[in-house]
Every structure is written in C-alpha cells, then in structure tokens.
Design a binder for this molecule. Structure first.
Ligand code: MEV
Length: 318
C-alpha cells in the first residue's frame, strides 16, 4: 500500500492585499498553521475525498459541492495521463474564509500529495500552477499570491505572478496575533467590491494604489532592518488604505483600535477583509494584555510566527 502525507502552510499578507489584484506588489509570509492531506490506495474504480473540517465526503460520483476545487485537481492529473483510485483525507488547522489562505493551502497540499501518490516529481512551480486552477474555482480570478506562498513558504515579495524571497530572521521577542472575526466572507465578493470602486473613482483610487506601492517598498526596508516599530506603523497605514478602498467592517475596527490602544505595534486586515482576520504585531511581553482586551471581539485568536516552510510531502510503503 502507498501512503502519502503532505503539508502546506497558511499565510498572512503583510502588505498589499487587493492592490496586488491590479498588479501592485505585495509582501506575504507563510505562518505556522498547516493543512495536512493524507492519501492512500483504495480498491474499486473511484476516488474518495473527505474533508474533516467541512465534514463532507465525495466518493467520485454526483455533485462534489465544496470539494469541487480538489476534483478539478484530480481532473488536471487525469488530463496529464495520471489516475489511480485513492482515498484522501483533508485536515486543516486554518479556518475557512478567514484570510489565512485555507483554500490555497489545501489545494497546494492536495496537488503535491497527489503528485507524490502517482510517483511524479513535478517541481514546485507546477504544483503552484495546478493549485491556482483550483483557486480560480473558489475565488474567480485570484492574483496567485495565496497558492504561491502556500507552495514556497517564507517571506515573499510578489508581483504579477512573479516573486522573490525576502530574507527575514524573525526577531524572537515579537509575534503575530491573528484575530479571526468569525465572519466568513467571500474573497470573490470583496475583490469585486474593490474593483467596482476602482471603476467608479478611478482618479482617487489610482492615488491610493500609488501609495500602496510606495508602502511595500518602505516595508521591505523595515523588514530587512528588523525595524519592528516602523513595520507596525506601515501596517497601520496599509490598514488605512484598506479602509479607504472599502473592505473593513465594524468588528474589524474594534479589534484594530483596541489592539493599538493596548500596545500593539501595528494591526491591519489580512486577506480580503469584510470579515476574516486582523493581523496584529506585538511584543511577546504585551501579548496577554492585548489578547485579554480584544478577545470579546474575535471568535478565535491565533498566536503565530512566520515560518520558512512551504509545502512538504512524505511517502510510506507498506
Ligand atoms: C486574498 O488572500 C488576497 C486578495 O488580494 C485577493 C487576491 O490576491 O487574489 C484579496
């Protein structure tokens, strides 16, 4: 029997979400919350995919519902000439529709796991591209930043489908809180809302996009110098820009404002907004106080650190 386990990280967008959709640069890192996919042989002709998080199973027949993106991945492999029945189990620590890249992390882990199960050495670029096809089903026309970071991990400067690594040694006295509002939002709807405003208010929006571009360049310098107080300040400016393009909601503002009031260095929407999560940069020693002040506004608060790991796979033969 062939057994494969693959694991891909979630992400947090530090700077440039939404702006990246129209070709601006963005800075993103993987975080130490992962999706795991387990794949093994199964008898019969069909494949079975089960998601422990969504509590649904698809047995290869009928409507796959929310598992459609993964069925799409199976089809891509089939079109490339690879198919063998399998049982796949998806388990994620990343909440869905929370801005932490759960769908991309699952698509990447699933694509890499399936490649390994079929005995293929596809390379990371191909895995990311296959996952992007699944992401299109979930998000419409995504920028590609989510599947890229779930594949490669680390800190990336991303622009128009291309990226370069940013070397960051995370200072041990700092961490990130990710406060999930618990309000599930659709990335597709948030992106459409922003693009709509761009069409209606092009001249103003162009200036905001220009500022967002400048912000990413300043943030690169702050990250390289490990200047955490500048990084926090730039996060706050980025949040202001996200407010101005229309993706905040009162629940997000309560978390942002209280985090800053009780000592966070920076707090901003991460991901699409309109719900989802707020990322908060804090010194370790202030963590408990800040958590106690924002916990009433969040459904869950994750303490995370950026990680350098992207997708990994392992096989067992028995
Ligand atoms: C979603 O994680 C990030 C957005 O910028 C959309 C995208 O990049 O496709 C809002």
């Amino acid at each position: 029997m062939v057994e494969v386990v693959s694991k891909a990280p979630g992400k947090t967008i530090w700077f440039g979400e939404h702006f990246v959709v129209l070709g601006n640069p963005a800075i993103v890192s993987s975080i130490n919350l992962y999706t795991r996919v387990y794949i093994r042989d199964i008898s019969g002709k069909h494949f079975v995919i089960t998601s422990k998080n969504l509590n649904i199973t698809y047995d290869g027949k009928g409507d796959p519902g929310k598992l459609l993106p993964y069925v799409r991945i199976v089809e891509i492999f089939r079109d490339m000439g690879y198919y063998r029945p399998f049982y796949a189990e998806i388990n994620s620590r990343i909440p869905v529709s929370s801005g932490m890249g759960s769908s991309a992390s699952t698509a990447v882990a699933f694509a890499a796991g399936l490649a390994k199960y079929y005995g293929l050495e596809l390379g990371l670029d191909k895995i990311s591209k296959i996952a992007y096809e699944a992401e299109k089903i979930v998000h419409g026309k995504p920028s590609g930043i989510d599947n890229t970071i779930a594949t490669y991990g680390g800190f990336l400067y991303y622009k128009k489908g291309l990226f370069r690594r940013i070397r960051v040694r995370w200072p041990p006295d700092y961490l990130l809180l990710i406060a999930d509002t618990g309000i599930e939002r659709s990335t597709r709807i948030a992106v459409e809302k922003v693009l709509d405003r761009y069409r209606k208010r092009t001249r103003i929006m162009r200036k905001i996009y220009e500022a967002a571009k400048e912000l990413v360049e300043e943030a690169l310098k702050a990250l390289r110098k490990k200047d955490m107080s500048s990084l926090g300040e730039l996060m706050n400016i980025n949040h202001g820009l996200l407010v101005s393009i229309g993706v905040t909601i009162p629940e997000i503002e309560s978390i942002v404002q209280n985090s800053l009031k009780y000592g966070a260095l920076g707090a901003k929407i991460t991901g699409a907004g309109l719900g989802g999560s707020v990322m908060i940069l804090v010194e370790n020693k202030k963590k408990d106080r800040i958590i106690s002040r924002i916990k009433d506004y969040a459904s869950r608060i994750y303490t995370v650190k950026p990680t350098r790991y992207g997708v990994t796979t392992s096989t067992q033969q028995s």
